[in-house]
Design a binder for this molecule. Sequence first.
Ligand code: MLT
Length: 388
Amino acid sequence: MSFEYSERIKSLPPYLFAQIDMKKREKLSQGVDIIDLGIGDPDIPTPEPIIKAMQKAVEKPEHHRYPSYEGMLSFREAVADFYRRRFGVSLDPTTEVITLIGSKEGIAHFPLAFVNPGDVVLCPDPAYPVYKIGTIFAGGIPYIIPLKEENGFLPDFKSIPKDVLKKAKIIWVNYPNNPTSATAKEDFYRELVNWAMEHNIIVASDLAYSEIYMGNEKPISILQIDEAKEVAIEFHSLSKTFNMTGWRIGMAVGNAELVAGLGKVKTNIDSGQFQAIQEAGITALKMPESEIQRIREIYKQRREVMVKALEDIGLEVYNSTATFYLWVKVPKGYTSAQFVSLLLDECGVVCTPGNGFGQYGEGYFRISLTLPTERLMEATERIRKLKI
Ligand code: MLT
């Protein structure tokens, strides 16, 4: 017997982080002491009250049955409350919030609700690979919008040709940005919302890193812009804020029709997130600001130490105070892939090649600050020995 993959699957590049993981495992099996600065997976444990809430919730028989498709109302209310406190945005938890099995799930499924085969989805590059992958799964055509350093890694959406705009259904944006660590201000979002309304394009914003900031300015939600709810849906996650990547819990909020469309897809595909996880999520969303600040301070300290060490070696790091990523230029004479391979082979350090996030990521590599400072320092010491 032989089975052939669908064209859909055949057309996909290998999933970036799965590929990196494979190379890492190979080295580990050879006994190499690997320092993994690849995926953005926080090393800091989930705060204790969240774990305790989960332990209690898991014993409740009502949570052992199917959850509701759209998520528990109490979880959606906690999301609405978080948005009100943090962004001053008011959301109706019954129509403008949906629970996700991690934001990746929602991001991947969303185009299925609004994209017909042949429709265009405007995808930034470099970017989280799932924006493009979700588009391809829906039969859509990704149209690449380059994010360039000279534009602060913001998309120049006004330069998109008219014939592309006619077929475009969705534009993806993500600030604080993965992988570049760039941020966006209110003016950017205001222009984007006006432009999207003019061209009847859905704005899908990924705000997963909103709480990982070290400067004085708090990242904003697109929903803070008047009229954004006319055109925008925002994807958020508890993963990065509360060190809960393994728990798979996130949310989509915003325009009720867009939220409902995603809900229709999910109702037919999954049966909702385990309610005990949603209960623990409620505890997370109600955590005092001081707890989030404690986590932020850790990343701030790591960022400062690491940027200094890398600059000492002669590497150029994009200047930012958001996300737990460093976006670093590869030294002259190397491609992103070559340099990242060198780091793995010669230093046992795993980083993510910029071109893994798209063609415009070429010339950069990404470091994730999700290991303790001592390990980060050990990584820079090993890189220093390369004498680049
Ligand atoms: C990343 O490393 O880019 C992210 O952690 C991947 C993810 O959130 O799925």
